[in-house]
Design a protein around this ligand. Sequence first.
Ligand code: TEU
Ligand code: CA
Length: 616
Amino acid sequence: MILRVNRLLVFALFLALSAILNPAQAQPAAPAANADLAEHDAGQLINGYKPAWWKEAVVYQIYPRSFQDSNGDGIGDLNGITTHLDYLQKLGVNVIWLSPHYDSPNADNGYDIRDYRKVMTEFGTMDDFDRMLAGIKARRMRLIIDLVVNHTSDEHHWFAESRSSKDNPYRDYYIWRDGRPNPDNPSHPLPPNNYPSFFSGPAWQYDPATKQFYLHLFAVKQPDLNWDNPKVRQDVFSLMRFWLDKGVDGFRMDVIPLISKQPGLPDLTADQLANPSRLWANGPHRDEYLQQMNREVLSKYDVMTVGEAIGIELTEETNIVNSERHELNMVFNFDAVRLNRGAGYTERKWTLPDLKAIYDNHARVLGKMDWDTVFLSNHDNPRLVSNYGDTSTPEFRVRSAKLIETMLLTLRGTPFLYQGDELGMTNYPFTRLDQFNDIEVKNAYQERVLGGKMTEAQFIAESQRFGRDNSRTPMQWTSAPNAGFTTADAKPWLAVNPNYTSINVAAELTDPESVYHYTRRAIALRHAHLAFVYGDYKDLDPTHPHVFAYSRTLTEPGKPTLRFLVVLNFSKEAIDYTLPEGIKAGKLLLANVASTAEADESTLHLAAWEARVYSY
Ligand code: TEU
Ligand code: CA
């Protein structure tokens, strides 16, 4: 009782203090979603971890173009999102990551920003944004927005100025270089170095106005900012404050390790050319610039930050996420999501022990001062269940989607779910180039098919398997025409997956056995037990080819140890599985197959794609 009163007092003091120190954040902080957290005093370490709301969060990514159209133009918008906030609250997610909502000519669907302080016209107005944010806060959820500051759009006014003349004050906001002499054609100089762009072709574009090239690691319409210019950094920090002062709760930072370029921009060696991101992500000033951003901006607010760790290896991650480094809270590491991917859109063979080894490495390399993310899908990757589950039958689609959600929500690290994966949405049956919208696919077609490197059929097959548009097709809300994403007579910007008549929110809400309801229960389970957040992780059987069995254990002084067991059958075969180390399963908390789930047993009769969570 005394403890409880103390806590209330501390909370009230904290609120008063933060209101004084930080007027923009004056609204009351969302209460801890986690039931066990009430048992802990603020500031007390839990199993060696410093508690934080973003460690306990379950994040849901919204790709606004594809979530909900509210005005019949076929393009998702902010008012559309606002109409579904109750849906998200009931699902149980408590942080929303919004892919770019800023003014953009959409060469790369908003990842090319023209004005950082304006909402994309198609998505609505600043008032719509404010209403959406207020609706999110009213439901005790939080919002993080996408920060795309490695590059801007070529239509940003900084770039318009920059390209206009060599002595324009904005010239140095971007990276301009003379070309190299072209002996074959002196009036057409060659690019300054051999950097390739992520979206095919060279990373340099010649600009006739000043007869120099500018650097663009992504599309021609995405010129890279020059972070070595202190004015660029101050302008970025200022736009960050603009959104933080509105009350947004943090940022997902697009390709953030790429901000510090290699001094002198020498050619890549043949080895470096095999994976240029490695070099590009490790420029000499990356940590210095992130620390400056933290010092001057982030540390003044109660925010969460997650960087897209392109080019960063696991062992290098602590440089960015260790809390004593004062850079970012966490990063997205691509090793799990790209485990099944070779070069380009090619398939790479993988085994379950490979995947387990990744999570095991993460648990060993990232310590108590670091924090991790868990995700297997986003707007750049195929649909979760098509990529890592089993869509061979409707039953296995549902079951394997539930299995993967079980894994994401019980592993160590903040889970990030992508819109529609809570329904088990699948890849789109693309058969023709003109069905794709993505610049990555269109540019790759030029280079690979028109360049004679592969046949059209092969290219379409690979893009169908791994292309980014798979995850960008509209959210499937109902069985009405256009899946309720837009009005029946509108033409959605990207076609709706024809399976919307059976896979949609309305159908899943009425079916207690749906992927949606299962995901909702799995999210609730994570929120109910701190062991899933702060508990130790142990892979109980690293070499088993089909079963992934692990424990999450929370030990605290003077308290009984809390143990949870997760058993996942990653195969379409039934398996009799004997738990290692004499473990008995204990009490069943969650399962995706109703009939077979034994309690207190050491041998489990697992059905195909069966997932179970026990306390033991
Ligand atoms: O993605 C960068 C990235 O690392 C890749 O996943 C990228 O999508 C591509 O597959 C590389 O070949 C981020 C954004 O998430 C992506 O949507 C943007 O297109 C990109 O940056 C540029 O802003
Ligand atoms: Ca619209």
